[in-house]
Design a protein. Structure first.
Ligand SMILES: Cc1cc2nc3c(=O)[nH]c(=O)nc-3n(C[C@H](O)[C@H](O)[C@H](O)COP(=O)(O)O)c2cc1C
Length: 195
């Protein structure tokens, strides 16, 4: 069975609006085995000097058996990548950035010599909600350009996103309307995927 890697960056858990989009998406997705990585509880730190030197030493010696590479191997082996994360500080939450630091390993996610991607997935899907009036494509929206750049680097050819925005600056009714529309869009996207 094909595998979908779900990087769940919905830090606020059950009350997260972004998590609603993820639930809608997965309720309509068939034919995939889901591996969920809960970023909130994942014990990872940003790459500091010590960790970077350890990792460089291992990759230079071709020693990829260390658990340090588990997240990268899991990501590189997935058939589909789904990222759900709220929009923070005009981009992605730091925990998600830290996750990508652990995924982006030479020899696993990309080839260190050719700089070509080595990830199996053909598609990344990004689900998000934004508090301010910042639509897709706005110059203040720096999460999507970053994720698209990563896709290209990792060799993931297709990128889709579903978003709802302005949720902190509108009425509760309008917020619910926008979230419902985004849930519908997320379901339709999941249904459209060929297994
Ligand atoms: C730490 C933090 C930073 C945020 N930064 C932004 C931001 O830069 N731009 C924005 O539009 N909304 C920002 N927001 C608002 C969230 O994007 C918005 O409330 C979103 O719907 C929260 O998603 P969640 O319910 O999945 O946690 C921020 C919220 C938090 C908690």
């Amino acid at each position: 069975m094909k595998k979908v890697l779900f990087a769940d960056g919905c830090i606020r858990g059950d009350i997260s609006r972004t998590a609603r989009l993820a639930r809608a998406f997965f309720s309509a997705l068939g034919g995939y085995e889901t591996e969920r990585v809960d970023l909130e509880s994942l014990p990872i730190l940003p790459l500091g000097r010590e960790l970077l030197e350890k990792r460089n030493g291992l990759t230079e010696r071709g020693e990829y058996g260390d658990p340090l590479f588990d997240l990268a191997k899991q990501f590189a082996a997935a058939d589909l990548i789904v990222i759900a994360a709220p929009f923070w500080d005009m981009g992605i939450p730091a925990k998600l950035k830290t996750y990508f630091e652990h995924v982006s390993v030479s020899g696993v996610a990309f080839d260190g010599e050719t700089c070509k991607g080595k990830c199996r997935a053909e598609r990344m899907i990004y689900l998000t909600t934004r508090g301010l009036d910042i639509p897709d494509g706005d110059e203040q929206e720096q999460a999507t350009p970053y994720l698209k750049a990563l896709c290209r680097f990792f060799g993931i050819g297709a990128f889709d996103s579903v978003s709802a925005f302005g949720l902190d600056v509108i009425s509760e009714e309008e917020c619910e309307r926008r979230l419902s529309l985004a849930e519908k869009e997320a379901k339709e996207l999941a249904e459209s995927l060929e297994v």
